[in-house]
Write a protein that binds this ligand. Structure first.
Ligand SMILES: CC(C)(COP(=O)(O)OP(=O)(O)OC[C@H]1O[C@@H](n2cnc3c(N)ncnc32)[C@H](O)[C@@H]1OP(=O)(O)O)[C@@H](O)C(=O)NCCC(=O)NCCS
Length: 167
C-alpha cells in the first residue's frame, strides 16, 4: 500500500527485509555514533511482531519510521530523514502515514521518547498533537535526559488535526 506524501516525488511504502542496508545508511546519517541503532537492532525491528515500518523513497530511501503496536497502544520507536532532505515535510508525512496505519489497527494512544534537546523532533511531534507526559532523567545515559510524549485519542485524531491546521 502506498501512503500519501505532500512531496510528489516521494512514495511512502512498507519496508522490506532487503531494505536493511538502506535503513542503516539513514541511521548513520541521522544520529551521532553513540546514539545509532545497530544492524542487529534494525533487523530485530524488521522481523519483530506488531511493527509498522514505512520508508519514504525518492530515487533512493530518504526516510524511515518504525512503530510497535500492542493492542490499543503504539510505541513510536524510530524516525529518521536523510539530512539533505529535511525540512520538506517528509518526517511529518512518515509520522502521519504511520499514525493512520495504527489507527486503522485500533490503536488509541501513541507514546514515544525523544532526547530533551532534540528540538526539531519535539517540534514535529507537537505540531502533530503529541503532548508531554513526563521527563526521564538520564534515560539514554548519564546527562542524557528524555521527554516522554503521548498522542491521546488517536481514533479522533484526523478530525482534530484537520481543525488545528485550518486555524
Ligand atoms: C526530526 C526529523 C525526523 C524531522 O524530519 P523533517 O523531514 O525535517 O521534518 P519536517 O520537514 O516534516 O518538519 C516538520 C516540523 O518539525 C519542525 N522542525 C523540523 N526540523 C526542524 C529544525 N531543524 N529546527 C526547528 N524545527 C524543526 C518544524 O516545526 C517543522 O515544520 P515547518 O518546516 O513547517 O516549520 C529529522 O530532523 C531527523 O531525521 N533528525 C535526526 C533523527 C532524529 O532526531 N529523529 C527523531 C528521534 S525521536
Amino acid at each position: 500500500m502506498i501512503h500519501p506524501s505532500r512531496n510528489p516525488e516521494i512514495s511512502i511504502l512498507p519496508a522490506r527485509r532487503d531494505d536493511l542496508e538502506a535503513i542503516m545508511l539513514l541511521e548513520r546519517s541521522g544520529f551521532p555514533a553513540a546514539e545509532q541503532w545497530s544492524e542487529r537492532s534494525w533487523r530485530g525491528e524488521l522481523l519483530g511482531e506488531g511493527r509498522t515500518i514505512l520508508i519514504a523513497r525518492a530515487q533512493h530511501p530518504v526516510g524511515v519510521i518504525s512503530i510497535k503496536t500492542v493492542a490499543e497502544l503504539a510505541d513510536l520507536h524510530r524516525l529518521v530523514v536523510e539530512s539533505r532532505c529535511r525540512r520538506r515535510g517528509i518526517g511529518t508525512d512518515l509520522v502521519r502515514a504511520t499514525l493512520e496505519v495504527v489507527r486503522q489497527l485500533g490503536v488509541r494512544e501513541v507514546i514515544l521518547d525523544v532526547a530533551y534537546h532534540n528540538e526539531p523532533a519535539i517540534a514535529l511531534y507537537q505540531q502533530l498533537g503529541f503532548e508531554q507526559l513526563s521527563a526521564r532523567q538520564n534515560y539514554y545515559g548519564p546527562g542524557q535526559h528524555a521527554l516522554i510524549l503521548k498522542l491521546y485519542e488517536l481514533q479522533t485524531w484526523p478530525d482534530r488535526i484537520a481543525i488545528t491546521e485550518e486555524r
